[in-house]
Design a protein around this ligand. Structure first.
Ligand code: NAX
Length: 341
């Protein structure tokens, strides 16, 4: 049997600690998915390291009791703590759900002033105690900028190992197209989420294809009404989180727990041939996007490493949207840095 991997999940206790929050407890949904092998594959045993903050201690203990109760064959040990140093010890994978939620009426800057110090502290703990090749996925919002702060304060973790989640948006985009063209979601591939996880993100289907009995064809050809792809499709994906809050009176959980599993599984085990996924990472200036921000691009993965899908044609419509997001993220980076002082 393989050596167990150590998987850290922060913010795992979920909203029990904050009863007034609209947030939905992704941690409680993702922990059993990881323990079942959905994130690292069916042959990879793991030890879970669970972190939350002091007010969530009881809820955290509840999760620690329930996981062994499920007798997951791959789950070898569960450690739960509110001590950031202890929890980061030798972790191979870090899923960062924990953070301060944006409450109603709160400005983005106020939310950042709460999250920047959290990500600075957690970065330092990972820097000092995590495995040297630890793979990090930041889910907590603002995901791109939290990941950037983490990257800046964990300089010895390879920069390519620090990513943020846009896979939920990617999956939402696949499913919107499947519904529109009336095919299964597995028949659609290669949408792209450019930029960030926020309402200004740019979901794009110019290179996406649909496979049917007639072979593989571009989505653009099948959806003759180009206006749908340029308007409703983009808006629906951008606003999906808000629509779910309205319906559920709580934010996305089952889809938001599933997407990080997809992200990690593809990263660790590789993407199938000819398929790419969207991932926020510290990129190299490709596609004319400024360096030094965490930006979501199309990537392929092989043997635990991602590489950017290059050479895609970018039309004027896409260019404008991609540049606007880069500008937003540069502004957000400046705000984040101002919160450090
Ligand atoms: P919850 O509020 O249910 O859970 C957050 C947890 O973090 C709580 O248990 C809280 O006690 C804990 N926490 C707070 N400060 C902490 C710290 N310093 N260290 C460790 N834990 C800490 O939110 P949930 O619905 O689970 O969402 C988690 C995060 O994901 C939120 O920031 C949310 O905005 C973000 N999302 C990001 C998505 C993405 O695609 N990138 C989609 C889903 C989700 O909304």
């Amino acid at each position: 049997e393989k050596e167990p991997m150590k998987v850290l999940v922060t913010g795992v206790a979920g909203m029990l600690a904050q009863p007034d929050s609209l947030f939905g407890q992704i941690g409680y949904a993702i922990a059993p998915m990881i323990a079942r092998g959905i994130m690292l594959g069916p042959n990879q045993p793991m030890i879970l390291h669970l972190l939350d903050i002091a007010p969530a201690t009881e809820a955290l203990n509840g999760v620690k009791m329930e996981l062994p109760d499920a007798a997951f064959p791959l789950l070898k040990e569960v450690h739960a703590t509110t001590d950031i140093t202890e929890t980061c010890k030798d972790v191979n994978i870090a899923i960062m759900l924990g953070g301060f939620p944006r409450k109603e009426g709160m400005e983005r800057k106020d939310m950042m002033s709460k999250n920047v110090p959290i990500y600075k502290e957690q970065a330092s703990a990972l820097e000092e105690h995590a495995a040297s090749d630890c793979k990090v996925l930041v889910v907590a919002n603002p995901a791109n900028t939290n990941a950037l702060i983490l990257k800046e304060f964990a300089p010895s973790i390879p920069e390519k190992n620090i990513t943020c989640l846009t896979r939920l948006d990617h999956n939402r985009a696949l499913s919107q197209i499947a519904e529109r063209i009336k095919v299964y979601v597995t028949d659609v591939k290669n949408v792209i989420i450019w930029g960030n996880h926020s309402s200004t993100q740019y979901p794009e289907a110019n290179h996406a294809t649909v496979t049917s009995i007639n072979g593989e064809r571009p989505v653009k050809e099948l959806d003759t009404d180009d206006l749908w792809l340029k308007n409703e499709f983009i808006n629906t994906v951008q606003q999906r989180g808000t629509a779910i809050i309205k319906a559920r009176k709580a934010s996305s959980v089952l889809s938001a727990a599933s997407a990080p599993c997809d992200h990690m599984l593809d990263w660790v085990l590789g993407t199938p041939k000819g398929i790419w996924l969207s991932m926020g990472a510290y990129f190299d200036g490709s596609y004319g996007i400024p360096k030094d921000i965490i930006y979501s691009f199309p990537v392929k993965c092989e043997k635990g490493k991602w590489s950017i899908v290059k050479g895609l044609k970018i039309d004027e419509f896409s260019r404008a949207k991609m540049d606007a997001i880069a500008k937003d993220l540069i502004d957000e980076k400046e705000v984040a840095h101002s919160c450090l002082n």
